[in-house]
Design a protein around this ligand. Structure first.
Ligand SMILES: [Zn+2]
Length: 124
């Protein structure tokens, strides 16, 4: 069984993990130990490609103390987005970079992901 701690440990090491239900093939990120669709308990850990597009986003200027300590705020709003991953699942993430809009291709930023899931514009 994978835990949230396992997910964030892998994230800090540059890997984006999900779980896939052995019974109904449902894919979940963050990983779960119980399938919400069929209540199956046999979920296998799967590494995702890290490729996706911006499904929705917002710029957050008034933020938490923790994000201010990380350098964000009125003069440097953080972009928070829902990323539609290539595998068909969605995840909430910070986006590094400008010129983001709905549909912008993004890629998992393994170097900057630790406490947060971070994506950057995919220029490839
Ligand atoms: Zn299932």
């Amino acid at each position: 069984m994978i835990t949230a701690a396992d997910f964030y440990e892998a994230l800090a090491e540059g890997t984006l993990l999900a779980t896939r239900c052995a019974d109904c093939d449902g894919l979940y990120i963050p990983p779960r130990s119980l399938c919400p669709a069929c209540y199956g308990t046999e979920l296998k850990v799967e590494e995702l490609s890290g490729k996706g597009t911006v499904g929705a986003y917002t710029a957050v200027a008034i933020t938490t103390t923790r994000m201010i300590e990380a350098g964000y705020g009125r003069d440097n709003p953080n972009i928070t987005a829902v990323v539609d991953l290539a595998e068909g699942v969605r995840i909430s993430a910070l986006i590094h970079g400008d010129d983001i809009t709905v549909g912008t291709p993004v890629v998992f930023d393994s170097e900057h992901s630790a406490e947060h899931v971070v994506f950057r514009k995919d220029d490839s």
